[in-house]
Ligand binder design. Structure first.
Ligand code: SAM
Length: 281
């Protein structure tokens, strides 16, 4: 979605339901140009959340973007959505709640126990059907029938999946530890392989196995949608920007060079550096 259009919608109150009353009141007194400035800041590289309302605006921005992505993919009005590696983040279930007016169904595959509890808390009041599979997404076929989902989403999750592949190789427990305690070691592991030019060699097969599982769980005509952005926290943990800011191009390249029957789709209004749409024909 164009930033100007979103700023107009925010100014007109379309997204007030996602904001605290105090933020709604602040937005009433600032100009549309200033709202556009805030959107520029929260979509900067790295994202800039210096203002007190930036965190809420950041979340609103991604919920609005995912609703737009669902529209562009022409999803059914009550879609069945799979999210890979949600952690405790809820923009996908929140977007689905609005898109489907509470009628959709959502499954998250998520390994880390503490983050899963956070996701359950954040989604408890939603009307959509929510289920969390607390296992590696590569095992999803143990729990779910083929061709179940209209869309599979990776909301800022390509890095999480790659980090988990490397953590498993290095014997780091990503299930029971606090994710943020082990983050520096995971990033160090990924960065070492990247700098040695070996990231593809060590992570490609596991990554493509997971995409293959998603392919089988996706209905014909369904989409996998990936996005990513750049947090300062991960750069501070040592991620090289040229890698951390390029996980979407990396996934596009790895999928394009796989044998999977997937079409890479250009989607108007979505920057290919940060968004990837692939369709199962
Ligand atoms: C930081 S959180 C994810 C945040 C979320 N993607 C976001 O930024 O909006 C990382 C989560 O991904 C999960 N994860 C990574 N690879 C996974 C996999 N193959 N299957 C299931 N969960 C996975 C981890 O267990 C952890 O809970």
């Amino acid at each position: 979605m164009h930033k100007k259009e979103l700023a107009e919608q925010i100014k007109a109150g379309k997204w007030d339901i996602l904001l605290r009353e105090r933020t709604v009141n602040r937005l009433k007194i600032i100009s549309q140009e200033e709202i556009e400035e805030i959107i520029d800041e929260i979509t900067d590289v790295p994202i800039n959340i210096a203002r007190d309302i930036s965190g809420e605006m950041f979340k609103l921005y991604f919920i609005a973007e995912w609703i737009d992505a669902f529209e562009k993919a022409k999803l059914a009005r009550n879609p069945s959505v799979l999210e890979i590696a949600s952690g405790a983040s809820d923009p996908i279930p929140q977007a689905l709640e609005i898109y489907s007016e509470g009628g959709g169904s959502y499954v998250s595959a998520n390994l880390n126990k503490i983050l899963t509890e956070g996701l359950k808390r954040r989604t408890a009041s939603l009307e959509i059907e929510v289920k969390v599979v607390e296992d590696n997404a590569v095992n999803l076929e143990k729990y779910i029938e083929p061709e179940t989902f209209d869309v599979v989403t990776f909301q800022h999750a390509i890095n999480d999946v790659v980090q988990t592949i490397i953590a498993d190789r290095k014997g780091i427990d990503t299930v029971n530890n606090d994710w943020f305690d082990i983050l520096p070691a995971m990033i160090q592991g990924v960065t070492e392989y990247y700098r040695q030019g070996k990231l593809r060699e060590v992570a490609y097969d596991d990554f493509i196995d997971l995409i293959g599982v998603c392919w089988r769980l996706l209905k014909r005509g369904g989409y996998m949608i990936f996005n990513t952005h750049v947090y300062q926290l991960d750069l501070d943990c040592g991620y090289p920007l040229e890698l951390y800011g390029s996980f979407v191009p990396l996934a596009r390249d790895w999928i394009a060079t796989s044998d999977l029957e997937l079409e890479i789709i250009d989607c108007d209004g979505f920057d290919p550096q940060w968004w990837l749409f692939v369709r199962k024909p």
